[in-house]
Design a protein around this ligand. Structure first.
Ligand code: PMP
Length: 398
């Protein structure tokens, strides 16, 4: 496209969204006339409705005319509450000034990279990974340095490998734990080693903790809780996953680094002016109201994880470990790919067309994912059972 700025050619996307549009078209045009339906086992969002107390807070916000601009970094009471809740969870000492509320958590990635990355700067990204870290890095002329998260290590980060990949150009390390797409939860000792390296080499950390509540085995450990780290770390978190509020678009960044907090705020001002006012009041209720719905959702995810893992491992030619966190599952399909002589993209396409189940090819999450497909287990038990039964039939017939 000759009219577009050259940098647009460097900007990737979240291919999961394009896979969904293609699948919806296939379902509408091909399956629906035959009375058939797709089973969606790729979805990256909670399979529950937003809890009612939160929706009511949003309705009340409208009724009370809370429908105007707010301060760019969010309403003070929400920032204060986010700081307090974070301190209670991870033992930090954040104040309201350290919190910048944004329109979903994703902008924190865009803003932080914009604030830090110059042409040629390197960003270390444990991979496979949420694609936006890499696409924005490249858009800004930075270089992605992937670190291999291995299945045999249960997708835990290898600090020795990370150390070797640090160069004088390294600016930022991304830590995402619990991790999308692997469901890996990094060990506390590993994260402490990363903190030490960041301190020694004077590096910044983006700690994406959007799945922090979704730990089914073990514990979440935040790098920001290591002494001295809150000045060089931006925590990314938000309401999307924990409270099933993806469409409300409320997320936040937290840092003790004043320059970074100001940069995030300035970028947000240029971008959206402020997050949606109504959604901020809903977030206030999410964080201060009953946490019972969250507990119920978490128990359900754990049950569904156990179910899907057992069903996958009953299919010959594909296998997976039980992921410790988030709601994703990386399934190793190498044996099946070799048998069929196809790529993971082609496999997902065939599973959609022949088994009518939608899953994602590993490589939409970047490096080191050619042997994998990603399932999510947010769908109902019924859908998980039916979806896996269809895939089993497909695998056994090819
Ligand atoms: N980080 C990770 C690892 C994610 O998986 C997602 C959402 N899929 C986000 C950030 C963005 O969250 P939000 O929808 O609040 O922008």
């Amino acid at each position: 496209m000759k009219h577009l700025a050259q940098r647009m050619a460097l900007l990737g996307t979240e291919n999961a969204f394009s896979v969904i549009s293609k699948a919806k078209k296939f379902e509408e045009e091909v399956l629906k006339p035959q009375g058939k339906k797709l089973i969606y086992l790729q979805i990256g969002e909670p399979g529950f409705d937003t809890p009612q107390n939160i929706n009511e807070a949003a309705i009340n916000a409208i009724k009370n005319n809370k429908t105007h601009y707010t301060p760019t970094p969010g309403i003070p009471e929400l920032r204060e509450l986010i700081a307090k809740r974070t301190n209670e969870k991870i033992g930090t000492s954040y104040a309201k000034e350290d919190v910048v509320v944004t329109s979903g958590a994703k902008p924190i990635i865009f803003y932080l990279l914009n604030a830090l990355i110059e042409e040629g700067d390197e960003v270390i990204i444990p991979s496979p990974a949420f694609p936006i870290y890499g696409s924005v890095t490249e858009y800004l002329g930075g270089k992605v340095v992937p670190i291999h998260l291995r299945e045999e290590d249960e997708f835990n980060l290898n600090a020795a490998e990370l150390k070797k990949s640090i160069t004088p150009k390294t600016k930022l390390i991304v830590i995402n734990s619990p991790q999308n797409p692997t469901g890996g939860v990094f060990k506390k000792e590993t994260i402490q080693e990363v903190a030490k390296l960041a301190e020694e080499k004077d590096l910044f950390i983006l700690s994406d903790e959007i799945y922090d509540e979704m730990v089914h085995d073990g514990e979440h450990f935040s790098i920001a809780s290591v002494a001295g780290m809150s000045e060089r770390t931006v925590i990314l978190n938000g309401c999307s996953k924990t409270y099933a509020m993806t469409g409300y678009r409320i997320g936040w960044g937290i840092t003790k680094n004043k320059d970074l907090a100001q940069a995030l705020e300035r970028l947000a001002c240029n971008d959206t002016s402020c997050p949606n006012a109504i959604a901020q009041y809903a977030a206030l209720e999410a964080l201060s109201g009953t946490q019972k719905p969250v507990k119920i959702m978490l128990q359900e995810y754990k049950k569904r994880r156990d179910l899907i893992v057992s069903l996958v491992n009953k299919i010959k030619g594909i296998k997976c470990h039980s992921p410790k966190g988030a709601f994703y599952l990386m399934v190793n399909v190498r044996e099946l790919l070799d048998k069929l002589g196809i790529s993971t993209y082609e496999l997902c396409d065939r599973i959609m067309q022949e088994a009518n189940v939608l899953i994602l090819p590993g490589p939409v999450f970047g490096h080191f994912a050619e042997d994998f497909v990603r399932f999510s287990y947010v769908s109902t038990e019924e859908n998980i059972i039916e979806g896996l039964s269809r895939i089993k039939k497909f695998v056994e017939s090819v």
